[in-house]
Design a protein around this ligand. Structure first.
Ligand SMILES: [Zn+2]
Length: 360
C-alpha cells in the first residue's frame, strides 16, 4: 500500500487513474458531471487481479482493456461523421464505460510542454511567463515562472550564441501566444500548438482551466480532472485505433476484410501502433510505508496503461478468441473459452433462454 501523502501528490505519475461516478456530454465533450464524486484506482492492480483469476479456478475475469475492445466492436457499426452526435444507446454505453474507467487521457497522453503567453501578469503584479514540462509516465519535469525581463535577456543572449538545445529553442517559440508542445495520439510527430487551438478542445468555455497559467498546471490532482473533458470524436477515434491495432495482431484475416492488406504487414502495423501508444509509460520505482521497494507502471493516460497490458498479454502465450456474444477479440489461457467476460456469458445465456422461450 502507498501512503495517503503519495496518493495526494502523485496520483497519475504514481500509476493511478481518476474516474468520476457520473459523466455527461457537454458541447461535444465528455466530462465529469457537475458535482460528481471523484475516485482514484490502480489499473495495474485490476490487471494483476484479473490475471490471477484468469489462470485460476474462477475464470472469466477479463483484463481491464477488454471493455474497451467491446466498445470498439460496437462503435465500428457507426460512420465517423456520426461520432459528433452519437445514437442514444451508444452514448449511454460510452458514459457507462467512463464511470467505470475514467477518461482516456488524450491530452496528458501527448503533452510534453505547456507555456503561458508572454506578458502574463502574476498574482504579485509582476509580468512573467511560465512553463511546465513532463517526462514519460506523466512525471513533471519542472515548472517555473520567470520575470519577463529574464526571458528577454535569454532571447538577447541567443543572438550571440545559437540555442544549445531543442528544449531551449522551444521555450522561446512557445510563449509568443501561449501554447503546448504535444504528441497527438493519432499522429506520430510532435506539434507546437497555440493554447486557443489545442487546449480549448479539452476545456470548454466556462472551465476554470480554460486559460491556465502553465506554472499552475497540475495533471495529478482532482481539480484538473474535474474540469477536463475529451471531445467525443477524438475519444471514439482513439478507442477504434486501439481496437483495430489489437485486431490487426490477433485476427489479421478479419482486419484484411475491412482494410485490405495481409499478414504479416497488418500485424506489424498493429504492433507499431500499440508500441507507440505504450511509449508514453515509464517504470516508476517507489518505497512503501514499510520501506519495501516496489516498481510499477506509470502513465499519463489510460491509453498507455492499456497499451502495455495488451502487449504483455499478446506475448503471454494466450490463445486468441472471438467472443460469441459481443464479437470482440480476447486473449485467454483457457483452451475453450467462448466469452470474453462473465457479463457476456450471462448475457448470452439470457438470450438463449429468451430465444428458446420464443421458439416454443
Ligand atoms: Zn464479449
Amino acid at each position: 500500500m502507498v501512503s495517503d501523502d503519495e496518493v495526494l501528490h502523485n496520483a497519475v505519475s504514481g500509476g493511478r487513474w481518476w474516474r468520476f461516478d457520473r459523466y455527461v456530454v457537454d458541447q461535444g465533450v465528455i466530462r465529469a458531471a457537475p458535482g460528481a464524486a471523484a475516485f482514484q484506482y490502480e489499473p495495474w492492480s485490476m490487471y494483476e487481479q484479473a490475471r490471477r483469476r484468469r489462470g485460476g479456478a474462477s475464470r472469466g475475469q477479463p483484463a481491464p482493456y477488454q471493455e474497451l475492445l467491446q466498445l470498439g466492436a460496437r462503435l465500428e457499426e457507426i460512420e465517423y461523421e456520426r461520432f459528433e452526435a452519437l445514437p442514444r444507446r451508444l452514448e449511454k454505453l460510452v458514459l457507462a464505460w467512463c464511470r467505470r474507467n475514467g477518461l482516456l487521457g488524450l491530452l496528458p497522453h501527448g503533452l510534453v510542454m505547456a507555456a503561458s503567453p508572454e506578458g502574463e501578469t502574476a498574482s504579485n503584479g509582476n509580468e512573467v511567463w511560465s512553463w511546465a514540462e513532463w517526462h514519460a509516465g506523466g512525471r513533471l519535469r519542472g515548472r517555473s515562472a520567470v520575470p519577463r525581463s529574464t526571458r528577454q535577456q535569454a532571447v538577447a543572449d541567443r543572438t550571440k550564441s545559437p540555442p544549445a538545445t531543442v528544449r531551449r529553442s522551444l521555450m522561446e517559440v512557445l510563449p509568443q501566444e501561449g501554447g503546448v508542445l504535444i504528441r497527438p495520439v493519432q499522429d506520430h510527430g510532435h506539434l507546437v500548438q497555440p493554447y486557443t487551438a489545442e487546449w480549448a478542445r479539452y476545456f470548454p468555455a466556462g472551465s476554470s482551466l480554460a486559460a491556465p497559467r502553465a506554472a499552475d498546471l497540475d495533471m495529478e490532482g482532482e481539480g484538473f480532472w474535474r474540469d477536463y473533458g475529451e471531445p467525443v470524436y477524438d475519444f471514439m477515434r482513439c478507442i477504434l485505433l486501439m481496437y483495430w491495432s489489437f485486431l490487426s495482431i490477433t485476427a489479421p484475416e478479419e482486419m484484411a476484410k475491412r482494410e485490405g492488406g495481409a499478414y504479416p504487414t497488418l500485424a506489424q502495423s498493429g504492433y507499431y501502433e500499440l508500441n507507440e501508444l505504450a511509449s508514453v509509460t515509464s517504470l516508476s520505482g517507489y518505497l512503501s510505508d514499510s520501506r519495501a521497494r516496489g516498481v510499477r507502471w506509470a502513465s499519463p493516460s489510460l491509453i498507455g496503461h492499456y497499451g502495455v497490458m495488451m502487449l504483455t498479454d499478446l506475448a503471454g502465450g494466450n490463445r486468441v478468441r472471438v467472443c460469441d456474444h459481443c464479437g470482440a477479440p480476447f486473449l485467454s489461457a483457457a483452451y475453450r473459452a467462448s466469452y470474453c467476460s462473465l457479463q457476456c456469458r450471462s448475457a448470452a445465456r439470457k438470450r438463449r433462454q429468451r430465444e428458446g422461450h420464443a421458439g416454443t
